[in-house]
Write a protein that binds this ligand. Structure first.
Ligand code: NAI
Length: 257
């Protein structure tokens, strides 16, 4: 049955772990209802994630979602709308990170990365846009890798993440006449399953070592990025659109030693 509540509804990709789960939990605490996308191929337990939301007093509708597939994304938004009856925010948070030097960069590796980390953002926003009204907000998650810095052995990831702010700037202009805003967040080093993966990212030891280069003296927490995303979808940022907000503890403004 459709809900008649006027409480806002947010669709989040990659909501079963890391930044996405922190955001779903934060929204639950703040009375925002969540269409929560989980990726079935990953070993996250949506039941455990759902328990987080319930404990925070919130309402979430969990749905399988593969942002690499247009039918999956379209079905995700359609099912979320059928459940809640409205859509106010879409958060393109889902992402993958793989290590590949340029010599190993097959077309398949390159395309698989861009299909999730760049085209996946476009697919979510494309499916959401027709259903949004004035005051709605889109947010995509980029990265300091690509969004600011280069990163060896990660050219495909950095290329995708560098393109995300451009996509957001364009949609900010395109959708402004309808009162819809679009921004990117650019996280620095945040402790999540992605960054803790020593094969493709820094891993626990690399994160601990990197902390000393960060002016605030530590890596970030997922909830610290989630609160910036929530700000970008809230009325508090009603005149902010087309921007990319770097959330990195000061890492990218530090004078190189
Ligand atoms: P995470 O690995 O916990 O989250 C990524 C989520 O995306 C997972 O829930 C995963 O199941 C989902 N996902 C992967 N492929 C998908 C697909 N094809 N369709 C739908 N969902 C899919 O890691 P984290 O860190 O929370 O990542 C969230 C976003 O933040 C990602 O876009 C990531 O690239 C970005 N980011 C993370 C940083 C960090 O230091 N942790 C730094 C900069 C950006």
């Amino acid at each position: 049955m459709q809900s008649v509540s006027t409480r806002p509804v947010a669709a989040i990709s990659g909501a079963a772990s890391g930044i996405g789960l922190a955001l779903a939990t934060l929204y639950a605490q703040r009375g925002v209802r969540v269409i929560a996308g989980y990726y079935p191929a990953d070993p996250h337990d949506p039941a455990e994630a759902a328990a987080h939301i319930e404990a925070a007093g919130g309402e979430a509708h969990w749905l399988p979602l593969d942002v690499a597939s247009t039918p999956s994304v379209d079905a995700f938004i359609a099912a979320g709308l059928a459940h809640f009856g409205r859509l106010d925010y879409a958060i393109a948070n889902a992402g993958i990170l793989r290590r590949a030097a340029i010599e190993e960069m097959s077309d398949a590796r390159w395309e698989a990365m861009l299909n999730v980390d760049l085209s996946g953002v476009m697919r979510l926003f494309r499916a959401a846009a027709p259903h949004l009204g004035a005051g709605a907000s889109l947010v995509a998650v980029s990265s300091i890798a690509g969004g600011v810095y280069g990163w060896q052995d990660h050219a495909h990831y950095a290329a995708a993440k560098a393109a995300v702010p451009g996509l957001c700037r364009s949609l900010a202009v395109e959708l402004a006449a309808r009162g819809i805003r679009c921004n990117a967040v650019i996280p620095g080093l945040i402790e999540t399953p992605q960054s803790l993966d020593a094969e493709n990212s820094l891993g626990p030891a690399g994160l601990a070592q990197a902390a000393s280069a960060i002016p605030l003296g530590r890596v970030g927490r997922a909830d610290e990025v989630a609160r910036v995303i929530a700000f970008l979808t809230s009325e508090e940022s009603s005149y902010l659109t087309g921007q990319s907000v770097i959330v990195d503890g000061g890492l990218t403004v530090r004078w190189p030693e």
